[in-house]
Design a protein around this ligand. Structure first.
Ligand code: URA
Length: 434
Protein backbone atom coordinates (compact mmCIF):
# COMPACT_ATOMS: atom_id res chain seq x y z
CA UNK A 1 0.00 0.00 0.00
CA UNK A 2 1.16 3.53 -0.75
CA UNK A 3 1.16 6.16 2.01
CA UNK A 4 1.39 9.03 -0.50
CA UNK A 5 -1.78 7.78 -2.17
CA UNK A 6 -3.54 7.51 1.24
CA UNK A 7 -2.63 11.14 1.99
CA UNK A 8 -3.76 12.23 -1.47
CA UNK A 9 -7.15 10.56 -1.03
CA UNK A 10 -7.84 12.31 2.26
CA UNK A 11 -6.48 15.60 0.92
CA UNK A 12 -8.98 15.31 -1.97
CA UNK A 13 -11.87 14.54 0.44
CA UNK A 14 -12.15 10.90 -0.56
CA UNK A 15 -13.06 8.17 1.91
CA UNK A 16 -10.32 5.89 3.25
CA UNK A 17 -11.16 2.21 3.41
CA UNK A 18 -10.55 -0.11 6.36
CA UNK A 19 -7.34 -1.57 4.90
CA UNK A 20 -5.81 1.88 4.29
CA UNK A 21 -6.60 3.00 7.84
CA UNK A 22 -5.22 -0.23 9.32
CA UNK A 23 -2.07 0.10 7.21
CA UNK A 24 -1.44 3.64 8.42
CA UNK A 25 -2.12 2.92 12.13
CA UNK A 26 -0.09 -0.31 12.20
CA UNK A 27 2.94 1.10 10.41
CA UNK A 28 2.93 4.47 12.17
CA UNK A 29 2.82 2.72 15.57
CA UNK A 30 5.73 0.52 14.47
CA UNK A 31 7.77 3.61 13.50
CA UNK A 32 7.68 2.74 9.79
CA UNK A 33 5.90 5.87 8.60
CA UNK A 34 7.80 9.17 8.82
CA UNK A 35 6.35 11.90 11.04
CA UNK A 36 5.86 14.28 8.10
CA UNK A 37 3.59 11.81 6.29
CA UNK A 38 1.61 11.07 9.46
CA UNK A 39 1.31 14.83 10.12
CA UNK A 40 0.07 15.42 6.57
CA UNK A 41 -2.60 12.74 6.89
CA UNK A 42 -3.74 13.94 10.32
CA UNK A 43 -3.97 17.51 9.05
CA UNK A 44 -6.02 16.31 6.06
CA UNK A 45 -8.36 14.46 8.46
CA UNK A 46 -8.57 17.57 10.63
CA UNK A 47 -9.51 19.74 7.64
CA UNK A 48 -11.75 17.33 5.72
CA UNK A 49 -13.25 15.23 8.52
CA UNK A 50 -14.13 11.55 8.42
CA UNK A 51 -17.28 9.58 7.74
CA UNK A 52 -18.80 7.46 10.52
CA UNK A 53 -17.43 4.23 9.07
CA UNK A 54 -13.94 5.72 8.70
CA UNK A 55 -14.01 7.01 12.30
CA UNK A 56 -15.07 3.56 13.51
CA UNK A 57 -12.25 1.92 11.52
CA UNK A 58 -9.71 4.38 12.92
CA UNK A 59 -11.00 3.72 16.45
CA UNK A 60 -10.74 -0.05 16.11
CA UNK A 61 -7.31 0.09 14.47
CA UNK A 62 -6.05 2.23 17.40
CA UNK A 63 -7.80 0.07 20.04
CA UNK A 64 -6.18 -3.09 18.65
CA UNK A 65 -2.72 -1.50 18.25
CA UNK A 66 -1.82 -2.86 21.73
CA UNK A 67 -3.29 -4.95 24.54
CA UNK A 68 -7.06 -5.32 24.72
CA UNK A 69 -8.38 -6.33 28.13
CA UNK A 70 -10.97 -9.04 28.42
CA UNK A 71 -13.14 -8.17 31.43
CA UNK A 72 -15.97 -10.52 30.50
CA UNK A 73 -15.29 -12.65 33.59
CA UNK A 74 -16.13 -9.73 35.86
CA UNK A 75 -19.79 -9.27 34.93
CA UNK A 76 -21.39 -6.23 33.37
CA UNK A 77 -18.59 -3.65 33.60
CA UNK A 78 -19.84 -0.15 32.82
CA UNK A 79 -17.06 2.34 32.21
CA UNK A 80 -17.23 6.09 32.73
CA UNK A 81 -15.22 8.74 30.93
CA UNK A 82 -15.02 12.50 31.14
CA UNK A 83 -13.54 14.60 28.34
CA UNK A 84 -11.78 16.62 31.04
CA UNK A 85 -12.38 19.46 33.37
CA UNK A 86 -11.22 21.60 36.27
CA UNK A 87 -11.98 20.40 39.80
CA UNK A 88 -13.39 17.15 38.42
CA UNK A 89 -13.31 14.64 41.28
CA UNK A 90 -16.40 12.78 40.01
CA UNK A 91 -14.68 9.40 39.55
CA UNK A 92 -13.39 9.36 43.15
CA UNK A 93 -16.91 9.76 44.53
CA UNK A 94 -18.97 7.93 41.92
CA UNK A 95 -17.00 4.72 41.59
CA UNK A 96 -17.23 3.52 45.22
CA UNK A 97 -20.96 4.34 45.13
CA UNK A 98 -21.35 2.15 42.03
CA UNK A 99 -19.29 -0.66 43.58
CA UNK A 100 -21.39 -0.48 46.77
CA UNK A 101 -24.47 -0.89 44.56
CA UNK A 102 -23.05 -4.02 42.94
CA UNK A 103 -21.79 -2.56 39.63
CA UNK A 104 -18.30 -3.99 39.00
CA UNK A 105 -15.77 -1.15 38.65
CA UNK A 106 -12.62 -2.04 36.68
CA UNK A 107 -11.35 1.31 35.52
CA UNK A 108 -8.24 2.85 34.02
CA UNK A 109 -7.77 6.59 34.38
CA UNK A 110 -5.34 9.21 33.17
CA UNK A 111 -3.07 11.88 34.58
CA UNK A 112 -3.26 15.66 34.50
CA UNK A 113 -2.05 17.46 31.39
CA UNK A 114 -2.35 21.16 30.65
CA UNK A 115 -4.98 22.87 32.79
CA UNK A 116 -7.14 19.79 33.44
CA UNK A 117 -6.64 17.44 36.38
CA UNK A 118 -6.19 13.66 36.34
CA UNK A 119 -7.74 11.02 38.61
CA UNK A 120 -4.52 9.01 38.87
CA UNK A 121 -2.58 11.98 40.28
CA UNK A 122 -5.36 12.59 42.78
CA UNK A 123 -5.33 8.97 43.95
CA UNK A 124 -1.54 9.08 44.28
CA UNK A 125 -2.00 11.83 46.88
CA UNK A 126 -3.08 9.07 49.25
CA UNK A 127 0.21 7.69 50.65
CA UNK A 128 0.83 4.11 49.51
CA UNK A 129 -1.86 3.95 46.79
CA UNK A 130 -0.61 1.74 43.95
CA UNK A 131 -1.68 2.90 40.50
CA UNK A 132 0.27 0.18 38.65
CA UNK A 133 -1.27 -3.20 39.44
CA UNK A 134 -0.63 -6.11 37.11
CA UNK A 135 -3.61 -7.14 35.01
CA UNK A 136 -4.03 -10.23 37.23
CA UNK A 137 -3.99 -8.15 40.44
CA UNK A 138 -6.41 -5.66 38.88
CA UNK A 139 -8.95 -8.30 37.89
CA UNK A 140 -8.51 -10.26 41.16
CA UNK A 141 -9.27 -7.13 43.20
CA UNK A 142 -12.45 -6.48 41.21
CA UNK A 143 -13.49 -10.12 41.76
CA UNK A 144 -12.84 -9.79 45.49
CA UNK A 145 -14.17 -6.35 46.45
CA UNK A 146 -15.91 -5.13 43.28
CA UNK A 147 -13.60 -2.21 42.48
CA UNK A 148 -10.13 -1.33 41.25
CA UNK A 149 -8.80 1.76 39.57
CA UNK A 150 -5.36 1.90 37.94
CA UNK A 151 -3.34 4.02 35.49
CA UNK A 152 -3.44 3.19 31.81
CA UNK A 153 -1.04 0.36 31.07
CA UNK A 154 1.83 1.31 28.78
CA UNK A 155 0.63 -0.90 25.95
CA UNK A 156 -2.97 0.38 25.98
CA UNK A 157 -3.78 1.82 22.54
CA UNK A 158 -0.13 2.80 21.77
CA UNK A 159 -1.24 4.21 18.40
CA UNK A 160 -3.36 6.77 20.24
CA UNK A 161 -0.42 7.75 22.44
CA UNK A 162 1.72 8.51 19.36
CA UNK A 163 -1.06 10.19 17.42
CA UNK A 164 -2.17 12.26 20.40
CA UNK A 165 1.36 13.58 20.88
CA UNK A 166 1.60 14.35 17.15
CA UNK A 167 -1.77 16.18 17.11
CA UNK A 168 -0.62 18.28 20.03
CA UNK A 169 2.40 19.67 18.13
CA UNK A 170 0.67 20.23 14.77
CA UNK A 171 -2.39 22.01 16.20
CA UNK A 172 -4.83 19.22 15.36
CA UNK A 173 -6.30 18.54 18.78
CA UNK A 174 -9.81 19.94 18.37
CA UNK A 175 -11.25 17.61 15.75
CA UNK A 176 -14.37 15.57 16.44
CA UNK A 177 -13.34 12.37 14.56
CA UNK A 178 -9.85 12.53 16.08
CA UNK A 179 -11.06 13.14 19.66
CA UNK A 180 -13.86 10.58 19.49
CA UNK A 181 -11.62 7.86 18.02
CA UNK A 182 -8.90 8.67 20.57
CA UNK A 183 -11.25 8.35 23.56
CA UNK A 184 -13.24 5.39 22.28
CA UNK A 185 -10.12 3.42 21.27
CA UNK A 186 -8.92 3.57 24.89
CA UNK A 187 -12.32 2.61 26.26
CA UNK A 188 -12.55 -0.38 23.91
CA UNK A 189 -8.98 -1.47 24.71
CA UNK A 190 -9.73 -1.15 28.44
CA UNK A 191 -12.51 -3.73 28.08
CA UNK A 192 -15.61 -1.58 28.60
CA UNK A 193 -18.94 -3.36 28.10
CA UNK A 194 -20.97 -0.16 28.01
CA UNK A 195 -19.93 3.42 28.65
CA UNK A 196 -21.34 6.54 30.28
CA UNK A 197 -19.62 9.64 28.95
CA UNK A 198 -19.43 13.09 30.41
CA UNK A 199 -18.75 15.51 27.57
CA UNK A 200 -17.81 18.83 29.11
CA UNK A 201 -18.27 22.17 27.40
CA UNK A 202 -17.45 25.76 28.16
CA UNK A 203 -14.46 27.78 29.28
CA UNK A 204 -12.67 24.90 31.04
CA UNK A 205 -13.30 22.22 28.39
CA UNK A 206 -12.05 21.11 24.97
CA UNK A 207 -15.46 21.81 23.44
CA UNK A 208 -16.32 25.45 23.91
CA UNK A 209 -19.99 25.26 22.86
CA UNK A 210 -22.86 22.95 23.75
CA UNK A 211 -23.43 22.24 20.04
CA UNK A 212 -19.85 21.00 19.56
CA UNK A 213 -20.13 18.89 22.72
CA UNK A 214 -23.32 17.29 21.38
CA UNK A 215 -21.63 16.52 18.03
CA UNK A 216 -18.70 14.91 19.86
CA UNK A 217 -21.07 12.91 22.08
CA UNK A 218 -23.05 11.70 19.06
CA UNK A 219 -19.87 10.73 17.24
CA UNK A 220 -18.72 8.62 20.21
CA UNK A 221 -22.17 7.13 20.61
CA UNK A 222 -22.17 6.14 16.93
CA UNK A 223 -18.74 4.48 17.26
CA UNK A 224 -20.07 2.63 20.31
CA UNK A 225 -23.10 1.44 18.37
CA UNK A 226 -21.00 0.23 15.44
CA UNK A 227 -18.88 -1.71 17.96
CA UNK A 228 -21.94 -3.12 19.81
CA UNK A 229 -21.33 -1.03 22.93
CA UNK A 230 -24.11 1.02 24.46
CA UNK A 231 -23.08 4.63 25.11
CA UNK A 232 -25.01 7.30 27.04
CA UNK A 233 -23.52 10.80 27.13
CA UNK A 234 -24.15 13.70 29.47
CA UNK A 235 -23.33 17.16 28.22
CA UNK A 236 -22.09 19.15 31.21
CA UNK A 237 -21.23 22.75 31.82
CA UNK A 238 -17.58 23.43 32.64
CA UNK A 239 -17.73 27.24 32.86
CA UNK A 240 -16.76 27.24 36.54
CA UNK A 241 -14.69 24.60 38.37
CA UNK A 242 -16.66 21.60 39.58
CA UNK A 243 -17.17 21.49 43.35
CA UNK A 244 -15.20 23.56 45.83
CA UNK A 245 -11.58 22.56 45.29
CA UNK A 246 -9.01 22.36 42.48
CA UNK A 247 -5.75 20.50 43.11
CA UNK A 248 -4.84 17.02 44.27
CA UNK A 249 -4.93 16.53 48.06
CA UNK A 250 -7.67 19.16 48.39
CA UNK A 251 -9.85 17.31 45.85
CA UNK A 252 -9.34 13.98 47.61
CA UNK A 253 -10.39 15.67 50.87
CA UNK A 254 -13.52 17.03 49.16
CA UNK A 255 -14.34 13.58 47.73
CA UNK A 256 -13.73 11.95 51.11
CA UNK A 257 -16.07 14.39 52.83
CA UNK A 258 -18.75 13.72 50.21
CA UNK A 259 -18.60 9.98 50.91
CA UNK A 260 -18.09 10.22 54.67
CA UNK A 261 -20.50 13.01 55.56
CA UNK A 262 -22.72 13.24 52.48
CA UNK A 263 -21.72 16.88 51.99
CA UNK A 264 -21.53 17.40 48.21
CA UNK A 265 -21.54 20.73 46.42
CA UNK A 266 -24.75 21.09 44.35
CA UNK A 267 -23.25 21.07 40.79
CA UNK A 268 -20.95 18.16 41.61
CA UNK A 269 -23.89 16.24 43.09
CA UNK A 270 -25.98 16.81 39.96
CA UNK A 271 -23.23 15.36 37.74
CA UNK A 272 -22.51 12.39 40.04
CA UNK A 273 -26.14 11.43 40.58
CA UNK A 274 -27.03 11.70 36.87
CA UNK A 275 -23.98 9.76 35.67
CA UNK A 276 -24.55 7.16 38.40
CA UNK A 277 -28.25 6.77 37.58
CA UNK A 278 -27.39 6.00 33.94
CA UNK A 279 -24.57 3.65 34.95
CA UNK A 280 -27.06 1.70 37.07
CA UNK A 281 -29.42 1.57 34.11
CA UNK A 282 -26.73 0.27 31.73
CA UNK A 283 -25.64 -2.27 34.35
CA UNK A 284 -29.20 -3.57 34.56
CA UNK A 285 -29.59 -2.45 38.19
CA UNK A 286 -32.64 -0.23 37.68
CA UNK A 287 -34.44 1.28 34.70
CA UNK A 288 -36.03 4.25 36.46
CA UNK A 289 -33.56 7.16 36.58
CA UNK A 290 -35.17 8.95 39.54
CA UNK A 291 -35.35 5.74 41.57
CA UNK A 292 -31.69 5.11 40.71
CA UNK A 293 -30.84 8.54 42.13
CA UNK A 294 -32.67 7.57 45.34
CA UNK A 295 -30.58 4.39 45.53
CA UNK A 296 -27.43 6.50 45.21
CA UNK A 297 -28.59 8.87 47.98
CA UNK A 298 -29.33 5.94 50.25
CA UNK A 299 -25.94 4.32 49.57
CA UNK A 300 -24.15 7.48 50.65
CA UNK A 301 -26.33 8.12 53.71
CA UNK A 302 -26.16 4.55 54.97
CA UNK A 303 -22.33 4.81 54.96
CA UNK A 304 -22.01 1.92 52.48
CA UNK A 305 -20.31 4.08 49.85
CA UNK A 306 -17.79 5.36 52.42
CA UNK A 307 -17.05 1.80 53.59
CA UNK A 308 -16.45 0.74 49.97
CA UNK A 309 -14.14 3.74 49.44
CA UNK A 310 -12.04 2.71 52.47
CA UNK A 311 -12.02 -0.94 51.37
CA UNK A 312 -10.92 0.01 47.86
CA UNK A 313 -8.14 2.38 48.90
CA UNK A 314 -6.82 -0.08 51.51
CA UNK A 315 -6.88 -2.99 49.04
CA UNK A 316 -4.70 -0.94 46.71
CA UNK A 317 -2.13 -0.13 49.40
CA UNK A 318 -3.38 3.35 50.38
CA UNK A 319 -3.12 4.47 54.00
CA UNK A 320 -6.75 4.97 55.04
CA UNK A 321 -5.77 6.82 58.19
CA UNK A 322 -5.52 9.88 55.94
CA UNK A 323 -9.15 9.42 54.94
CA UNK A 324 -10.30 8.82 58.50
CA UNK A 325 -8.35 11.87 59.67
CA UNK A 326 -7.56 14.28 56.78
CA UNK A 327 -5.57 16.52 59.17
CA UNK A 328 -2.73 14.01 58.74
CA UNK A 329 -2.00 15.42 55.28
CA UNK A 330 0.90 17.87 55.26
CA UNK A 331 -0.15 21.39 54.35
CA UNK A 332 1.67 23.41 51.71
CA UNK A 333 4.17 25.88 53.19
CA UNK A 334 2.27 28.96 52.03
CA UNK A 335 -1.44 29.72 52.31
CA UNK A 336 -3.13 32.90 51.20
CA UNK A 337 -6.77 33.84 51.74
CA UNK A 338 -8.52 35.73 48.97
CA UNK A 339 -11.17 38.29 49.96
CA UNK A 340 -13.96 39.83 47.89
CA UNK A 341 -12.82 43.27 46.68
CA UNK A 342 -16.45 44.50 46.65
CA UNK A 343 -20.00 43.53 47.58
CA UNK A 344 -22.19 41.75 45.01
CA UNK A 345 -22.90 38.42 43.38
CA UNK A 346 -20.26 36.11 41.91
CA UNK A 347 -20.86 36.29 38.15
CA UNK A 348 -18.07 34.02 36.90
CA UNK A 349 -15.23 31.86 38.17
CA UNK A 350 -13.33 31.19 34.94
CA UNK A 351 -12.55 27.48 34.94
CA UNK A 352 -9.66 27.52 32.50
CA UNK A 353 -7.89 30.38 34.28
CA UNK A 354 -8.32 28.60 37.62
CA UNK A 355 -6.88 25.38 36.11
CA UNK A 356 -3.91 27.33 34.80
CA UNK A 357 -3.32 29.13 38.11
CA UNK A 358 -3.44 25.84 40.03
CA UNK A 359 -0.97 24.40 37.50
CA UNK A 360 1.41 27.30 38.08
CA UNK A 361 1.10 26.82 41.86
CA UNK A 362 2.71 23.42 41.26
CA UNK A 363 -0.28 21.09 40.76
CA UNK A 364 -0.01 20.73 36.98
CA UNK A 365 2.56 19.50 34.52
CA UNK A 366 3.68 20.85 31.18
CA UNK A 367 5.26 17.60 30.03
CA UNK A 368 4.42 14.03 30.98
CA UNK A 369 7.68 13.75 32.93
CA UNK A 370 7.08 16.74 35.26
CA UNK A 371 6.58 16.01 38.98
CA UNK A 372 3.49 17.60 40.45
CA UNK A 373 3.03 19.11 43.88
CA UNK A 374 0.10 17.36 45.55
CA UNK A 375 -0.27 20.04 48.22
CA UNK A 376 -0.80 22.92 45.80
CA UNK A 377 -4.36 23.97 45.06
CA UNK A 378 -7.24 26.38 45.53
CA UNK A 379 -10.29 25.88 47.75
CA UNK A 380 -13.31 28.08 47.04
CA UNK A 381 -15.81 29.19 49.66
CA UNK A 382 -18.19 30.71 47.12
CA UNK A 383 -19.64 29.58 43.79
CA UNK A 384 -21.26 31.42 40.88
CA UNK A 385 -24.49 33.21 41.94
CA UNK A 386 -23.46 33.36 45.62
CA UNK A 387 -23.74 36.73 47.37
CA UNK A 388 -20.57 38.14 48.90
CA UNK A 389 -19.84 41.06 51.22
CA UNK A 390 -16.79 43.25 50.66
CA UNK A 391 -13.85 41.65 52.47
CA UNK A 392 -15.54 38.23 52.78
CA UNK A 393 -13.31 35.18 52.23
CA UNK A 394 -13.94 33.68 48.79
CA UNK A 395 -11.00 31.31 48.30
CA UNK A 396 -7.74 30.05 49.75
CA UNK A 397 -4.55 29.43 47.79
CA UNK A 398 -2.02 26.77 48.89
CA UNK A 399 1.44 26.43 47.39
CA UNK A 400 5.04 25.59 48.14
CA UNK A 401 6.20 28.22 45.64
CA UNK A 402 6.42 31.44 47.64
CA UNK A 403 7.17 33.46 44.52
CA UNK A 404 3.80 32.45 43.03
CA UNK A 405 1.59 33.73 45.86
CA UNK A 406 1.20 37.33 44.73
CA UNK A 407 0.91 36.45 41.04
CA UNK A 408 -1.72 33.79 41.77
CA UNK A 409 -3.67 36.18 43.98
CA UNK A 410 -3.80 38.78 41.19
CA UNK A 411 -4.74 36.20 38.54
CA UNK A 412 -7.41 34.62 40.73
CA UNK A 413 -9.04 37.97 41.46
CA UNK A 414 -9.13 38.54 37.68
CA UNK A 415 -10.73 35.11 37.16
CA UNK A 416 -13.53 35.82 39.65
CA UNK A 417 -16.05 38.39 38.44
CA UNK A 418 -18.32 40.11 40.95
CA UNK A 419 -21.31 42.23 39.82
CA UNK A 420 -24.41 43.83 41.26
CA UNK A 421 -27.07 41.70 39.55
CA UNK A 422 -27.81 38.17 40.71
CA UNK A 423 -26.83 36.03 37.67
CA UNK A 424 -29.01 33.30 36.24
CA UNK A 425 -27.54 29.98 37.31
CA UNK A 426 -27.72 27.33 34.57
CA UNK A 427 -27.96 23.59 35.33
CA UNK A 428 -24.69 21.68 35.20
CA UNK A 429 -26.12 18.78 33.20
CA UNK A 430 -27.14 20.55 29.99
CA UNK A 431 -28.33 17.59 27.94
CA UNK A 432 -28.44 13.80 27.91
CA UNK A 433 -27.79 11.88 24.68
CA UNK A 434 -29.31 8.42 25.10
N1 URA B 1 -9.06 13.00 25.53
C1 URA B 1 -8.51 12.01 24.81
O1 URA B 1 -8.26 10.93 25.33
N2 URA B 1 -8.24 12.23 23.50
C2 URA B 1 -8.50 13.40 22.89
O2 URA B 1 -8.25 13.52 21.71
C3 URA B 1 -9.08 14.43 23.66
C4 URA B 1 -9.35 14.21 24.97
Amino acid sequence: MDMIEIIRKKRDKETLNKEEIKYFVKNYTAGKIPEEQAAALIMAIYLNGMEEEETKNLTLAMAYSGDVLDLSGLGNVVDKHSTGGVGDKVTLILMPIMAALGVPVAKMSGRALGYTGGTIDKLESIPGYRVNLTEEEFQAQVQKIGISLIGQTSNLAPADKKLYALRDVISCTESIPLISSSIMSKKIAAGAGSIVLEVTCGDGAFMKTKEDAISLAKSMQKIGKLCQKQVVALITNMEEPLGYSVGNICEVIEANRALKEGIIEKDLKEVIFTLGAYMLQLAGKGQDISKNKEQIEETIHSGRAYQKWLEWIEAQGGDIQYLQNPNLWEKANYQLEIYAPKEGYIQKIKARAVGEIVGSLGAGRQTKEDMIDKEAGIVFYKKVADKVEKGEKIAQISTNKKEMLEIAQKQLLEAIEIGEEEPQKFPTVLDIIE
